[in-house]
Design a protein around this ligand. Structure first.
Ligand SMILES: [Zn+2]
Length: 392
């Protein structure tokens, strides 16, 4: 169906100045033109919006978890079938909240791959999914309960081959300890630089991009030297790491909501003590460090680590808000991080609205450039040129 959307403000996903009073014409899944408001569109249906932005791209999610306060225990007691159902629900909730593309950075089963295919066939409601399969970690490493344990360069290569065989199109490595695994220390190295270099070499052979979970200072640098495309979290980075990011052209996905949601919900008492303690220590430094990286010119892509405690898939707008309020991005810069920049990191044709590009876009009630909270509840979500959701 040919659609026309008359909008007061239009953001194309890049840093280009917003345009006022334009009509976006959509047909055959793509944008036909962005025209003056009085243009003849030939549309079968015309919508009005205060603001149009690209569909949001969440570069870091876990579709099999739902924000439970104790992730490790939840994972261990959940059956594979329950995880499948959760992933399908989270895919739908993401889409309804305006997230039209996600990168799933680790699950226990192949749910993200199956859902990607089901969504692509039109059988399931959800965003475009770029799945990593199982995260690759050292034996007993962070996330071992959902990961593929690998030790040594050749085993790391084999682990990459296994994810590719299972249908993954990107790879996730665990470079340091983390918050949600009992006994894992965020500041400590886990996979070695040598192991990561081998895994990344293997991934490159198959055209796959690589993300590394890295919180500790040294592990961030190990992963950057090994050649990863993105550092996930990066909270304890230092000046040397900032220089490496820029030298290598690596992206930083700061997942602020993952830390902030744990910190905001301490009073509830439902989270394990080790989670609260580790997240509180990181909270002390994360804002300042990531802000410093942003100001120094490190490229930041939006990703929330959705699924972690109290960090729901349908709340990605909160991560965009935090990138603005904590890092000092303008609302438009935060929007760009969550659209065009994230699309570049994932290597997907999305995140930018222009003639010929895919029509993944949101109709908002207010100008997101004036107040980024306008992203919280899109009125209409268009994915692949079709209306995927209209708010009741
Ligand atoms: Zn994660």
């Amino acid at each position: 169906m040919r659609l026309a959307i008359r909008t007061g403000q239009f953001y194309d996903g890049t840093d280009a100045a917003p345009r006022s009073n334009v009509t976006v014409v959509v047909d055959g899944g793509r944008i036909v033109e962005v025209a003056a408001n009085d243009a003849r569109t030939g549309a079968e249906r015309t919508y009005e919006a205060a603001c149009v932005v690209p569909g949001l791209i969440n570069s870091h999610v876990h579709l099999e978890v739902n924000g439970e306060p104790d992730t490790q225990t939840f994972f261990l007691i959940r059956t594979p079938t329950e995880r499948t159902l959760d992933a399908a629900l989270n895919a739908r909730l993401s889409l309804e909240a305006g997230v039209t593309t996600v990168r799933d950075l680790g699950g226990a089963e192949s749910n993200a791959m199956a859902l990607r295919d089901g969504v692509a066939r039109g059988e399931h409601a959800g965003p475009t999914i770029v799945p990593a399969g199982r995260a690759i970690c050292m034996t007993g490493g962070h996330g071992f309960f959902l990961g593929r344990e690998a030790d040594g360069p050749w085993d790391a290569r084999k682990a990459v081959r296994e994810q590719r065989k299972a249908g993954a199109t990107c790879i996730k490595l665990i470079a340091t300890g983390g918050v949600l695994t009992k006994g894992a220390i965020p500041g400590q190295d886990q996979l070695s630089e040598e192991e990561m270099r081998a895994a990344i070499g293997e991934a490159r052979t198959h055209g796959m991009r690589v993300a590394a979970h890295a919180i500790g200072t040294n592990g961030i640098k190990n992963a950057l030297r090994a050649g990863v495309d993105s550092i996930e979290h990066g909270h304890l980075l230092d000046d040397e790491a900032i220089a490496l990011f820029k030298e290598r052209g690596a992206y930083l996905v700061p997942t602020l909501a993952a830390v902030w949601r744990i910190y905001e919900n301490i009073a509830g008492g439902a989270q394990p003590d080790y989670v609260v303690r580790k997240a509180s220590e990181i909270y002390e430094h994360a804002g300042e460090n990531i802000r410093k990286a942003w100001r120094a010119g490190v490229t930041i892509a939006g990703g929330s680590d959705a699924g972690t405690p109290y960090n729901r898939h349908q709340d990605y707008a909160y991560e965009v808000e935090l990138m603005s309020t904590v890092l000092g991005m303008t609302p438009q810069q935060a929007l760009t991080a969550a659209t065009a920049t994230a699309a570049q990191l994932l290597g997907v044709d999305a995140g930018v609205l222009a003639a010929g590009r895919p029509a993944d876009l949101l109709l908002l009630d207010r100008d997101a450039g004036a107040d980024v909270r306008a992203l919280r509840e899109p009125r209409v979500v268009v994915k692949g040129g079709a209306v995927a959701h209209e708010r009741a």
